[in-house]
Write a protein that binds this ligand. Structure first.
Ligand code: NAI
Ligand code: MG
Length: 359
């Protein structure tokens, strides 16, 4: 059965990095992977062309696809758009919501070749390999009621932090399954000493733990988790948490590696369909210069193969190719270092493809 992949290049460096990822997809195709790859506009590019950051046609194609690869959206050109619903970021949020992408996987992996890119001491971060599983479609970012209104002569702003048992359970299962495949350790992050919603969260995680006797479950309050991530990050393997805590902790964990251009991500729905994208944004400051690091997007393709297409071997081959290229001392400008050769976006793509073929 031919699987459908939709590529959404987006804005800024998006087209440059997805072009390199597209070459890797083509190389997989040449090795017998049965896929059909299509492109569609999203974000500011879609607004310019069609007046909306998520055109109906793009959404329909995304729904029909087995997996979506997104570059990045946004840029100063669209920041002043009066109609907030038309801003590029709304294209991304719309996709997450419409596809029901509740399970966000954010690995923080430090390549040994890039240990010096981290601001932390090498002994604290070397060998770091964390997977943060963040709930993406619920919690305080979506809870109702919400708003700003006048109460007793004062303006107040409020949001609602709400999770149903079913929502907690489904993200919990993603995390337990992940822990089972990795090191067998899962840390659930909450604020159960203060927030009822996370008391329920903790209860559901405990209940699930009985079904996964091979996984060692621990709990941590979010404030402590923030401290521990910086103090001794290697104590973590898989971390599961809600939308807001996950937003903050996953960015902090990503920065432990020091190289935003290296980090992929996945967002999955209940049927295993997923959207894959680099963690970074559209980097308008370097767009169009052929200097952006395409590796986060190429590694997002590897995640796509692993999580949506069931092609773990090809995924490993891509990851190994990236490792090989780093071993060979090739670096884009963002990870440049002494004694290494600084290469362009396309040269990095060339090198990954060559390593992929040679492995
Ligand atoms: P950013 O991640 O785009 O850039 C931050 C810094 O990292 C910049 O100096 C940039 O040049 C560098 N950088 C990022 N990716 C890189 C890569 N692959 N290779 C080399 N250097 C790279 O974040 P920023 O500047 O806050 O946002 C820029 C735009 O991107 C904004 O419009 C923002 O809304 C949007 N954005 C979009 C996201 C998405 O589509 N998922 C996520 C984050 C931001
Ligand atoms: Mg964030």
């Amino acid at each position: 059965m031919t699987r459908k992949i939709l590529v959404l290049p987006g804005d800024g460096i998006g087209p440059e990095i997805t072009a390199q990822a597209g070459r890797v997809l083509a190389a997989c195709q040449a090795r017998g992977l049965d896929i059909e790859v299509e492109e569609a506009p999203v974000g500011g590019a879609a607004y310019d062309a069609e007046g909306h950051p998520l055109p109906d046609v793009t959404l329909a194609k995304a729904r029909a696809a087995d997996a979506v690869l997104l570059g990045a959206v946004g840029g100063p050109k669209w920041d002043k758009l009066e109609d907030i619903a038309k801003r590029p970021e709304k294209g991304l949020l719309g996709l997450r919501k419409e596809l029901g992408l509740f399970g966000n996987l954010r690995p923080a992996l430090l390549y040994p070749q890039l240990a010096e890119a981290s601001t932390l001491k090498p002994e604290v971060v070397s060998g770091l390999d964390i997977m943060i599983v963040r709930e993406l479609t619920g919690g305080i970012y979506f809870g109702q009621p919400r708003g700003i209104e006048e109460r007793d002569g004062q303006r107040v702003g409020y949001n609602t932090y709400v999770y149903s048992e079913a929502e907690i359970e489904r993200i919990g299962r993603v995390a337990f399954e992940m822990a089972r495949k990795r090191g067998g350790k899962l840390c659930s992050v909450d604020k159960a000493n203060v927030l009822e919603v996370t008391m329920l969260w903790r209860e559901v995680m405990e209940r699930l733990a009985a079904e996964y006797p091979d996984v060692e479950l621990s709990h941590m309050y979010v404030d402590n988790a923030a401290m521990q991530l910086v103090r001794a990050p290697k104590q973590f393997d898989v971390v599961v948490t809600g939308n807001m805590f996950g937003d903050i902790l996953s960015d902090a964990a990503a920065m432990l590696t020091g190289s935003i251009g290296m980090l992929p991500s996945a967002s999955l729905n209940e049927s295993g369909q997923g959207m894959y994208e680099p963690c970074h944004g559209s980097a308008p400051d370097i767009a169009g210069q052929n200097v952006a690091n395409p590796l986060a997007t190429i590694l997002s393709v590897a995640m796509m193969l692993r999580y949506s297409l069931g092609e773990a071997e090809l995924a490993e081959r891509i990851e190994a190719a990236v490792g090989r290229v780093l071993d060979d001392g090739l670096r884009t400008a963002d990870i440049a270092s002494e004694g290494c050769r600084t290469v362009s976006t396309t040269e990095m793509g060339d090198a990954v493809l060559a390593a992929f073929e040679a492995l």
